[in-house]
Design a protein around this ligand. Sequence first.
Ligand SMILES: NC(=O)c1ccc[n+]([C@@H]2O[C@H](COP(=O)([O-])OP(=O)(O)OC[C@H]3O[C@@H](n4cnc5c(N)ncnc54)[C@H](OP(=O)(O)O)[C@@H]3O)[C@@H](O)[C@H]2O)c1
Length: 333
Amino acid sequence: MKAVICREFGPRSDLRIEEVAAPVPGKGQVTVRVEACGINFFDGLVVEGKYQTRPDRPFSPGSEVAGVIEAVGADVEGLAPGMRVLAFAGFGGYAEVTLVEADRVYPIPQSMNAVEAAAFLITYATSHHALSDRAAIKPGETLLVLGAAGGVGLTAIELGKLMGARVIAAASTDEKLALCKQYGADETINYSTEDLRQRVKSLTGERGVDVVYDPVGGAHAEAAVRSLALNGRYLVIGFAAGDIPKIALNLLLLKQSSLIGVFWGAFARTNPEHNARNMAQLFAWFADGKLKPHISASYPLDQYDEALDLVMERGAKGKVVLTMNNTMTGVAA
Ligand SMILES: NC(=O)c1ccc[n+]([C@@H]2O[C@H](COP(=O)([O-])OP(=O)(O)OC[C@H]3O[C@@H](n4cnc5c(N)ncnc54)[C@H](OP(=O)(O)O)[C@@H]3O)[C@@H](O)[C@H]2O)c1
């Protein structure tokens, strides 16, 4: 089968497409013939050896796939060859066939096509876990989303609105903010041209926001912490800007606020039943038309480099997806 292979950690330009043996499922595992694979910012970090988990080499990047179960290993119940699924692979998704633990595989809802499915899992599951399980956001609270037009950011807007919050979206361009408005943001802040803290103050009558959702880190983090209301919660999602901010803890004491780490992948691995309940809620919202994954670009596997560059170089809006030149698209059977 064809796969994008990383032989050693290093620049993304070292990745190559190779012919390699297809994986065989072991106990508790299935293989999925991949129709589409969602690209995530951390795919690039993994390849460069800068992510918190470092797979054995060689490996293929790509952690979320949609496709058809090809083979099922021992002790797997409820899954069978031919089922259309989406799956949290961890690694191995930029390939025609990938290996997945059976408890991270979810049947695709009827109305969801494979490209949507490949764009659905990590972003929505992360934002749901963050806002609901970690921040316990309540109707009427105010949510500030940084990097709000990005993969996880856009889902935080949608889910924040569904959970009854007033959502302020912050991003670097007016074009990105226009998309945030389409996805339900009540207010927007362009942090390239406006002072984040002053704008939050004026939008909240000096009170500040109850919850910050931060997948960016970098220069805006301190202003966002200072923008918390009393009893605020600051969700640490990621560091797309590259810098891991250092925050003076007195800021939290003064606001009686909390810094909350979020790591959905670890949560899903250690709490599969809780995660499955969250996924069921997300699928139900999708089926009701309440969630609409935004796929701004899709590329064939051969153009994985362009697709990954778009995400890593701040060019993407919503999700970018790779497709595998096989059956694909259309509505799930
Ligand atoms: N904690 C978890 O469980 C979890 C789960 C999924 C993802 N994440 C993390 O969340 C972060 C975002 O992931 P994503 O897939 O949503 O990425 P994405 O689609 O690329 O969005 C990231 C956003 O960050 C902003 N940004 C600021 N400086 C940037 C830079 N130098 N390069 C790239 N983007 C920059 C961009 O928005 P503006 O241009 O508007 O600033 C961009 O839209 C990553 O760090 C990822 O590892 C964490």
